[in-house]
Design a protein around this ligand. Sequence first.
Ligand SMILES: [Zn+2]
Ligand SMILES: [Zn+2]
Length: 748
Amino acid sequence: MSTPLIRRRLRVSGIVQGVGFRPFVYGLATNMNLVGFVGNDTDGVFIEVESETGTLDRFVDELETSAPPAARIQRIESVDVQTTGDTSFRIVASHHAETGTALVSPDLRTCDDCLDELHDTNDRRYGYPFINCTNCGPRFTITLKTPYDRPNTTMRSFEMCAACLAEYRDPVSRRFHAQPNACPECGPNVRTIPPSERPVVDTRRRIAAGEIVAIKGLGGFHLACDATSDAAVALLRERKGRIEKPFAVMVSDLETVRSITTIDADETRLLASRERPIVLLAKRMDSTVSELVAPGNGYLGVMLPYTPLHDLLIEPGDVWVMTSGNLSEEPIVTENDDAVERLGALTGSYLVHDRDIHVPCDDSVIRILDGSEYPIRRSRGYTPFPVPLPFESPPILATGGELKATFCLASGRDGFMSQHIGDMENLETLDAFTNAVDHFVELFRIEPELIAADLHPGYLSTKWAGRQNVPLVKVQHHHAHIASVMAEHGVLGPVIGFSFDGTGYGTDGTIWGGEILVAGYERFERVGHLKATPLPGGDAAVKHPARMALSHLLASDVPWTEDLPPVMALTAADRALLKTQLERGINTIPTTSMGRLFDAVAALAGVRQTVTYEAQAAIEFEALIDSTAGGTYAFAITEHDGSLVIDPTPVLRSIVGDVAAGESIGVIAARFHRSVGAVIVEAAERVRRRTGLTTVGLSGGVFQNVTLTHATRAALIERDFEVLLHRLVPPNDGGLALGQAVIAAARR
Ligand SMILES: [Zn+2]
Ligand SMILES: [Zn+2]
């Protein structure tokens, strides 16, 4: 008597396409002598297997526990169906349905097996810059649409040679159904403009000679130069119009990374991870890297090679600047012709290839804070893997903010955060934004029923949202920040939220940025804020922290004495004009921005009086902290109409005293950071007494300051608060869209 056969239909969702999942299923099923089939469709992978019950149970267990390294299973659903008496197990053609949300894998760094072959003189892909397999290579950036099959990628224009096709069809090959599979005979290749015999060697020679070369990579062009050459970096800065904003570097290997930065075990793991982000690492003083790469900054953005082309280009000991190939503020360049046109003013040398980049995708920037990942920019390697939502969402598009723009396409429990789009201040970036939205809508087959946008009437993303024929939900900026950090942690709230950043439009039409909220998803209450101070001349005050410093001094009744750095920085005539402007409220708007207070204090301490990029004064101020310094300052907290007002007057007076006493910037920086941490804890205590809430969320660009965030978190935990920090999306406006999406979903 034989055990009865049963047949089970399984549906596996998650990242299960383009990661060797079907070959894995095929191998598993044939090993266990199962019959049936496996295939891809727009929802993921479908499987039918026929055998005895016990064997099928073991099969399902193995599916979850032994999946290939790049796979990420979200769910396995199972239903028993009629047996068919199949006699073999096979891989069947893809089904193309009209609906479904099969996940697309992020791009993956070159795997070790492929690297071994790349450097093996006997391998047929020796030195081939596009070697890949099911465990590695391009994914998101080459995907035109789902399901992820070669004809739906930019590899469709290359026909596989006999050898590649044999691997592609061989179930035991690492390249079985590897969609971008290619070799020197049949696949893409590199060339230089102007032409050269040996493109990689020629590019290395140019970089070594101090030239700038535009190099086409995975998600767009990089501009590369020798990071140890002051002259080369200065030339790049001059041509790119990027005066001081830090550049990232690509470094050949970990040993070289250790020679230029201090790096701990968590940072090493992140740097070498399959996502291969840029990791912010503390600089070493004895580094060979030019100070011009990240001037005034305590940290250096470092990444390891992540494509075979990078691996061939960069040799042991090399440190190259690898910055996004664009003019300042414009989107990253992805096309060869476009590169020559748009980057022509920056360089005459290009290393290009003929595998099209369908989706532009900048490098991600992540740092380690208290042992875990703390994202600054979530893009290549992470996008488009969804952020899990705390509850079911209808189809919603959240359009994000203005700077560091990203959007979020949400549906069900998935929040698909876009790649980094850039600063939405020009039409090129708006075009990049709309292209990316269209692509996400098609890729994930989510047609938004609702659009969420920032309250700010001037944001391009908000204006764009208003032009779509879809119901619009407007979301307050700082509420979105707190909702974003709540959503990441699956917290339903309400929480005490500290939403500290540079600029966000308040519900009263003023500029907020030092907000204490009691926030849930549907609504929030503004229970406190930094004292409002006039922001003189909007942009001018942002670019010239000296002006903000003088505004804060005036508001605190501190005289503008000539010994103060921001006073010295302005001419007597400018000061007179500014005073009139502030006193009469001409072209000023009240702001509660904590970012602007950091600017003002940095200016007051003498860090700098003008900035060339956002948050520069605060970043340099943090870098100058003297960690051996004692002492602190004290904010005053007053209650006004039931709302806490954090008054910086005593802090400003103490700083003026310290400046007069000749204290160093490092001492003032240490004391100021400490005082901000202390006032957060004090305010949290007061809100807890009133509300009983014990969870605190920290969000907003100010919390990119890890000295502040680390100390504040520790002090809050000490007082028995539970603290939510960003771990999946950035605390800056790059994470805003997630919060907008969940707020819109909750209000629905
Ligand atoms: Zn590989
Ligand atoms: Zn081939």
